[in-house]
Write a protein that binds this ligand. Sequence first.
Ligand code: TXA
Ligand code: MG
Length: 325
Amino acid sequence: MNSAELDRAVAILKRGGLVAFPTETVYGLGADARNPDALAKLYAAKGRPADHPVIVHLGDVGQVVQWAREITPIAQKLARQFWPGPLTMILKRAPGAGDAVTGGQDTVGIRIPSHAIAHALLEKFGGGVAAPSANRFGRVSATTAAHVRQEFGDAVDLVLDGGASDVGIESTIVDATGAAPVLLRPGHISARDIEEAAGVPLAQPTAQSPRAPGTLAAHYAPATPLLVMESDLLLELAATLTRQGKKVAVLARSALQPLVAGITWIAAPADAAAYAHDLYANLRTLDAAGCDAMLVEQLPQLAEWAAINDRLGRAAAGSRPPSSP
Ligand code: TXA
Ligand code: MG
């Protein structure tokens, strides 16, 4: 990206337009976080309910006080350890954080991304950029500029292209308003990483914990019905459906061999970081194949797979139920 393109992006944000940009997690659809008209445009483009809060992205930690009124000791520790990076913290909002970014809650979500283009954009813009993941509400997130264009077409004024996002899944979200951190969304920074940096164990969410409405049971969903299952069952079901004349897509990590021809098959990486990096691109590729079902091989129930298992569970819950035979 050249500096003329960066200038254009900043000018678009300043006049209330929408700029999609790469981050190390996924692409964000950005708008000026202090401009209610720009935020209304953002919510309309995403098809997102107006009471859902959105993360405010900042270029440096010195700006946090403009958005949060209280930076707890836990927040300071986590900021030192993980910012810039794939961590979002929920803090008590400052008066400058309006209802349009907080969804009317008393808290605000803040992230300082590490991606060079995101950082350059935020630094040059100089203020907060509200950016949800650059996908239509409830659908699969975007990890390339091409994904963003598929989602939004002309509804976004500019897409900055930074290649494929490194991490591939959305940031870890931690409620850092209290004496102990609460994990609201798992991510690349693990529960263990948070506990180590905070020096105290995670607390469980309570009725008072901030709502994270985007962490709905059904989210990240392809249009094709998605089912997660063990490999032996997957092979059996794939063969049965194929015999019935159905088109089947498979995402499997182990060296499984399709028993029957004609299955759209993606061999996913065995390693968790590489699997996450490719996850949304793989779901999009399989979805585009127009199959009757998408079968995803069950992953290990281990800490390093927690964030991926979380996303796949929501993708399965959010996809269309398989049509009855
Ligand atoms: O990696 C990411 O976090 C990406 C990149 C673009 O930064 N962004 C992202 O935004 O995933 P989004 O809007 O798709 O998901 C943000 C989640 C939503 O579940 C939202 O409800 C929650 O963060 N959230 C934001 N502000 C909040 C707040 N004040 N209290 C509770 N949850 C909040
Ligand atoms: Mg999202």
